[in-house]
Design a protein around this ligand. Structure first.
Ligand code: SF4
Length: 367
């Protein structure tokens, strides 16, 4: 440990790095486990609260390390109870997380990148381009902070990587965050079954997702290669529709879990009865369910949401062919928090980062 790297953020270390750090301090190995439990199970926000460390050891640790959590602008609540958080990152960038309450369920939609490297035409995040990928502690920080925001009797039921960014392009930090989320011994103890990673179709990482044991969702959105090439040119240019479907077929052969296909319905583009019939044919032989998402409009984007009648016909055709198909309710669209609408608040923070830095406040309870 050198003077110019201090103070070290304990949340930025993985378990191995923390062990090495503990050894550098000349402490016994088990101390790493104690500290990890304080960070992820007791979720303390300062070293002083680590009361099974002696006063001397806490003082020593405070000299060289800290616990730095991201800070948020005041969260915005939509009329349906959906809450949007905009996090200020250390380098002045910003990223968004959406909390979606539904009865007693609390779903958290996580971001993996600031902006996105891909360019899906129906997505507001794409307009930002990629600013940078998030690090593991910036991903898990979204969960820790939202847990602190919730009242004590409310708990997160599921975590979905469907926010800003393509998680499989930023796989290593996403996988590290998932390991901390699912570790039972010292981590947050989430069941992998309650975590879903959604991809635009970055197929080389599919086997890695299977090994993590979490759910995989595919953002499909088209029934011909030509249509997908127009809607999602970057990803489809690398892995076209037939390669994607082959990878999906292989995935379900080796995985206990069915896949989820997300299909954003765009008026007059991919919402015809013929599209519905083609979709059924494409998914033959793949264990899956389909989520239909009527497009969430946003200013400046040419796509439109299909009328409810068109959505119903599409759903009926798919259902009558025996597929499990669900209509996803639009949530949080009045705060630009719905699917495909993330990014504008983060971009605004980015544009005004120097002035906003002064106004941002940590919202989680400081002891
Ligand atoms: S839909 Fe997902 S993968 Fe496509 S541009 Fe938006 S954030 Fe990126």
């Amino acid at each position: 440990m050198t003077a110019n790297t201090l103070p070290l953020n304990l949340l930025a270390l993985n378990a191995n790095e923390l062990s090495a750090f503990i050894q550098e301090l000349g402490w016994p190995r088990y101390r790493a486990g104690q500290i990890l439990r304080w960070l992820y199970q007791h979720r303390v926000v300062n070293i002083e609260s680590m009361t099974n460390l002696s006063k001397t050891d806490r003082a020593r640790l405070q000299e060289v390390a800290t616990i730095h959590r991201m800070e948020s602008l005041p969260p915005t609540m939509a009329s349906d109870g959906t809450v949007k958080f905009v996090w200020n990152l250390e380098d002045g960038l910003a990223v968004e997380t959406i909390l979606i309450p539904d009865g007693r369920r609390r779903t958290l939609c996580l971001s993996s990148q600031v902006g996105c490297t891909l360019d899906c035409g129906f997505c507001l995040t794409a307009e930002m381009g990629l600013k940078r990928s998030l690090r593991a502690h910036e991903i898990i920080g979204q969960v820790l902070n939202v847990q602190a925001y919730l009242p004590e009797d409310e708990h997160l039921s599921s975590l979905v990587f469907m926010g800003m960014g393509e998680p499989l392009v930023n796989f290593e930090p996403v996988a590290e965050a998932i390991q901390r989320l699912t570790n039972i011994e010292w981590g947050l103890g989430f069941s992998p079954r309650r975590i879903t990673v959604s991809t635009a179709g970055w197929i080389p990482r599919f086997p890695d997702v299977r090994r993590l044991g979490v759910n995989l969702a595919i953002s499909l959105n088209a029934t011909t290669n030509e249509q997908r090439g127009r809607l999602m040119p970057a990803v489809n240019g690398r892995y076209d529709l037939s390669e994607l479907l082959d990878a999906c077929r292989q995935y379900t052969q080796f995985s206990e879990r069915p896949l989820t296909f997300e299909y954003v319905l765009l008026a007059g583009v991919n919402d015809s009865p013929e599209d519905a019939r083609r979709l059924v044919r494409l998914l033959q032989g793949i264990r899956c369910k389909v989520n239909l998402i009527p497009f969430n409009e946003f200013p400046g984007n040419p796509f439109r949401r299909p009328p409810p009648g068109v959505v119903d016909v599409f759903q009926d055709i798919v259902r009558n062919k025996g597929l499990d198909v669900f209509l996803r309710k639009s949530r949080g669209d009045d705060v630009l928090g719905a699917c495909g609408q993330l990014g504008r608040s983060a971009a605004e923070v980015l544009n005004q980062s120097t002035t906003n830095k002064k106004r941002s406040l940590p919202f989680y309870a400081q002891p």
